[in-house]
Design a binder for this molecule. Structure first.
Ligand SMILES: Nc1ncnc2c1ncn2[C@@H]1O[C@H](COP(=O)(O)OP(=O)(O)OP(=O)(O)O)[C@@H](O)[C@H]1O
Length: 450
């Protein structure tokens, strides 16, 4: 049985009550109003709940078609069905053109009414679900959800937040793994394009000749193997944002084509004669010094100038060590949830090692270290032993034979757990990688309670 709230606005009391009763029998909660003013008031009050507004076209204080945009304004996720008097079909047709879900003539059968209301309610429910998901995805990639409060990160966030709502091209400069893609996503989410596609492409991930066709697409027959027309990523990102990671890797001829996109929003697909026009916001990223590359002749200076309209330097983790604690704890909780393990925190010494480390791989490296540690941890606190070897400089050596025996057993247990995780629990493969027989592996799994 369908459920949900409807709002019925009609000045004919008998008809209104009859329709209400019928829809209530179908499982709906029906709010009623006799005129536009009270209808809008109720809608404002229950905007979150109302799935469908059923409104008479001719109300004592307003005309349904003029009210349509006002209903939509108050409750953008609700669907509107207009009720027209017999013989006023043109009104209904116009109503649909202007965004009503459908129209019903007052003489229509009850069944017809229920079918249309059910469909409108279903659409409204779906719209709500999509809006919820978008909100969640948006929150995941927002500036607010970015972890770290260091001055360096805060300054970068502020700068990017200023650029976000403009349509300006943004160049993110920072070392690998520092969070440039996260910044690009946050910029997209904070822009008017947030509900449109965000397409990310890593320019270094494609062989040189492939990148051009990936970006711009091609027409059927453009080259051997071009069996059908193919959209490029620029078209996929139309009306949204295209994130070009490692833009320094673009070949010079692709750079020229790309410069044209930035200047005119146009490009010509491989094998095409006519240009294609797109509306795409470009966010680019580089871990190289592009200015220097331009001076050395490896990157087109005109493209560099176009791209660097708004440059945001994304700091590496070594420049913001204050963020290590917060990031480590965040990733610990993240992986604990993912692995369904209870992990409450890091031992002070382990945290100390993390703070001192030279983070050349930046946040990505820290994330990987925490994932590995979360898999290896025996207790509910991460210790230095759970960190990779390069973090063990200050670890005390075991002193007695007994202690070293314990360490070996622990190491074996961890190694087995790690390999089992990496092989997705495939025992044959895990045994092969560990260089032991499957039977031995089963025995050890039982022995260590893995
Ligand atoms: N401030 C942060 N808060 C939470 N997670 C972060 C943060 N910064 C980076 N990360 C995570 O670290 C990883 C690396 O980040 P990202 O891919 O954005 O880096 P990048 O600079 O684009 O790397 P590359 O130059 O290699 O493309 C991602 O998994 C990202 O989610």
């Amino acid at each position: 049985m369908p459920t949900g709230t409807l709002l019925l606005i009609d000045d004919e009391t008998t008809l209104r009550q009859a329709i209400s009763r019928m829809l209530e029998l179908e499982g709906y909660t029906v709010l009623q109003a006799p005129d536009a003013r009270r209808g809008l008031e109720t809608l404002r009050q229950y905007a979150e709940e109302v799935l469908v507004v059923l409104s008479d076209v001719k109300l004592p204080d307003g005309y349904g078609l003029d009210l349509l945009p006002r209903y939509k304004q108050v409750a953008p996720l609700a669907e509107v069905i207009l009720l027209t008097a017999y013989g006023t079909i043109p009104d209904g047709v116009r109503a649909m053109k202007e965004g009503a879900f459908d129209y019903l003539t007052k003489g229509d059968s009850d069944d017809q009414l229920v079918v249309v209301v059910d469909r409108a309610a279903e659409k409204a429910r779906l719209q709500r679900r999509v809006a919820d998901l978008e909100k969640k995805v948006g929150a995941q990639y927002s500036f607010e959800s970015m972890i770290g409060h260091s001055a360096a990160l805060t300054q970068a966030k502020k700068l990017a937040q200023r650029a976000a709502p403009t349509d300006s091209t943004v160049l993110l400069e920072g070392p690998t793994g520092s969070g440039k893609e996260l910044f690009a996503q946050a910029i997209h989410q904070a822009s008017a394009r947030r509900s449109k596609p965000f397409v990310a492409v890593n320019c270094s991930a494609f062989p040189k000749d492939l990148l051009e066709s990936e970006l711009f697409g091609y027409r059927k027959g453009a080259f051997t193997g071009a069996l059908a027309d193919k959209k490029g990523l620029l078209e996929e990102a139309n009306s949204g944002t295209l994130f070009l990671d490692e833009i320094g890797e673009l070949e010079l001829n692709v750079q020229a084509k790309f410069l044209r996109v930035l200047e005119t929003q146009q490009f010509t697909k491989l094998g095409d004669t006519k240009p294609t026009t797109v509306n795409v916001r470009i966010v680019a990223a580089t871990n190289r010094n592009l200015r220097q590359e331009a001076e050395l002749g490896h990157f087109r200076p005109d493209l560099y100038y176009r791209l660097s309209v708004f440059t945001v330097p994304v700091p590496g983790l070594n420049e913001r060590r204050e963020d290590v604690d917060e990031l480590a704890n965040y990733f610990l909780q993240f992986f604990a949830a993912k692995l369904r393990r209870r992990l409450s925190g890091l031992e002070p010494e382990a945290l100390d090692q993390l703070r001192r480390h030279d983070w050349r791989g930046n946040v990505r490296e820290l994330k990987n270290v925490l994932e590995r540690a979360a898999i290896l941890a025996d207790g509910d606190t991460l210790t230095t032993d759970d960190l990779p070897a390069e973090f063990h400089h200050f670890a005390p050596e075991p002193t007695t034979d007994e202690a070293s025996d314990r360490t070996l057993r622990t190491m074996e247990k961890r190694q087995i757990r790690l390999v089992l995780h990496e092989t997705g629990g495939n025992k044959m493969e895990a045994a092969r990688q560990l260089g032991i027989g499957t039977k031995t592996l089963y025995r050890k799994i039982q022995e260590y309670g893995l």
